[in-house]
Ligand binder design. Structure first.
Ligand code: ADP
Ligand code: GLC
Length: 480
């Protein structure tokens, strides 16, 4: 099949979270399976500076209609592996910036224009380069206009650009919600500017376009597919999702075993596997040293790696700071995002520098070292569409402590509730319940035989993308 992916993140060219990993491994696995895969990404500075893009060829020049203006740009393409082309939709004014979505304090004011331009650039390339896609699969609000723009361009130009469109919701909390005036920038027919279209309480909601008009709609775990049809998790779009109740499917992400595999991970000081865990001890020692702690510390090491946003439940973790101060343990946190979380974790680290360590930045190497060197990985998310880190943890023999929401429910089994099958510890997304799970972790850590059994069960699980990609292949076939 000819499959086109459209996303605002793609590892290793631009990554702020799991979207980049998920799109890269899905596209890569589909390419390995023999499909002709193209991935469209905005021409970010980091992507253009990446060594893979050095050979990029300028494919075409763009002149994109945006309301009553025309904006220029160009499209460059390179091929990082067999069967895979990466297309960068470039316009310096929009994408030559340090960060993809905002300056750290707030989102860029021209985000609507940036991503409408991006989507239109994709459609123009489909048309002018005659890509003849079987499937155009776009992701999250930044790609949500694709289903509409593809069909609109087909009508205007009398051509077929895609047999089917697929839209995936990675996180319904981000909707691309803009002033109503933004609608004019789409140049879509005015009848879409109402409540059965993109209009949402007198605003323009781009995500709604993907949910309503994708031929097929997916999300990233079976549990989240159900949750987003409820007011608790639907972020106001539960009614819209319900209209696609019969079409929406939850396909769990996987782990890219070429990147996240302790037996081959080049970012680690030592490698290991279930058969020989000695390397995990070396990683643990290196992690402790890196944080300025004694490398031979015997108590449990708790690791956290996440975007610093409300979703990740950092406030629940911080509500348990007395636990970390009182217990004989270590806490290592890596994260970037909202300053209020950074400030509070920093204050805790300043209060107990011998026990708590914070690295407040994006650091791929450190994220691997924490996964490998910790005993427990803490992820008390308030909601979690899928979550990758709890899967990485299990693959790395690090026991995840997670809240019972979304994809975390689909990928972790509680070791106290299911002593013969457990791979982690689960709690409700509340401070008390997390506190209880942390105490259960101390007990588990003190029982070496039980700890090792839980760890090994996690390592034995198959989270590879083979399974996940097969689900998408079936979906694409069905819809053709
Ligand atoms: P989300 O997509 O909601 O952020 P996921 O668990 O799906 O959550 O994916 C998060 C991804 O981002 C993981 O690969 C994780 O290691 C990575 N990540 C998050 N924060 C950082 C950071 N500060 N440095 C490096 N990697 C990070
Ligand atoms: C989003 C979600 C996360 C998911 C990732 C990849 O960022 O927050 O749960 O794992 O997308 O699908």
């Amino acid at each position: 099949m000819k499959i086109v992916h459209v996303a605002s993140e793609l590892f290793p060219y631009l990554k702020t979270g799991g979207l980049a990993d998920a799109v890269a491994s899905l596209a890569g696995t589909l390419a390995d399976n023999g499909h002709e895969v193209s991935v469209f990404l905005p021409g970010y500075r980091t992507a253009l500076e990446h060594k893979d893009a050095a050979q990029a060829e300028r494919k075409l020049r763009l002149k994109i209609e945006m309301g009553d203006q025309f904006l220029s740009g160009d499209v460059r393409v390179f091929s990082p592996r067999k069967n895979l082309n990466v297309y960068l939709v470039c316009r310096e004014e929009f994408f030559d910036r340090r960060n993809p979505y905002g300056n750290g304090e707030r989102d860029y004011e021209d985000n609507a224009d940036r991503f409408i331009f991006f989507c239109k650039g994709v459609v123009e390339t489909l048309r002018l380069a005659d890509l003849q896609a079987d499937v155009v699969h776009s992701h999250d609000w930044q790609g949500a206009l694709l289903p509409l723009l593809v069909r609109d361009a087909e009508r205007k130009h009398g051509v077929t650009l895609a047999v089917k469109t697929v839209f995936t919701i990675h996180n319904i909390a981000y909707q691309g919600l803009f002033p109503r005036s933004v609608f004019a920038r789409t140049n879509l027919p005015e009848d879409l500017n109402h409540m059965d279209g993109l209009e949402y309480y007198e605003q323009t909601n781009l995500l709604k376009g993907g949910i309503l008009f994708g031929d097929r709609v997916t999300t990233v775990s079976p549990r989240y597919a159900k949750e987003i049809q409820t007011p608790e998790f639907g972020n106001g779009l539960e009614g819209v999702v319900q209209t696609r109740e019969h079409d929406i499917v939850g396909l769990l992400n996987g782990v890219d075993m070429a990147v996240w595999n302790p037996a081959t991970d080049a970012l680690l000081p030592a490698r290991y596997s279930m058969a020989n865990l000695a390397g995990k001890q070396i990683c643990r020692g290196e992690l402790l040293k890196h944080c300025g702690f004694a490398a031979n510390f015997k108590g449990p090491v708790f690791g956290v790696v996440c975007r610093f946003v409300e979703q990740k439940g950092l406030d629940l973790l911080l509500a348990n700071q007395d636990f970390f101060l009182a217990q004989d343990c270590r806490l290592v946190v890596l994260g970037a995002g909202e300053k209020r979380y950074e400030d509070t974790v920093r204050a805790l680290a300043a209060q107990a520098p011998a026990k708590v360590f914070l690295s407040a930045k994006l650091d791929e190497g450190m994220s691997h070292l924490i996964e490998a060197g910790s005993d427990f990985f803490v992820m008390p998310s308030r909601f979690e569409p899928c979550g990758l880190n709890q899967m990485y943890s299990q693959v790395y023999g690090t026991i995840p402590i997670v809240s019972r929401v979304g994809g975390l429910i689909d990928t972790v089994t509680d070791a106290d509730e299911f002593p013969e099958a457990g791979t982690g510890l689960m709690c409700a997304p509340t401070a008390e319940s997390l506190g209880d799970a942390l105490h259960r972790a101390m007990k588990l850590h003190a029982d070496k035989a039980r700890m090792s059994a839980v760890q090994r069960r996690g390592m034995a699980r198959d989270f590879s993308w083979k399974v996940a990609a097969a689900g998408y292949e079936r979906l694409y076939q069905e819809s053709l």
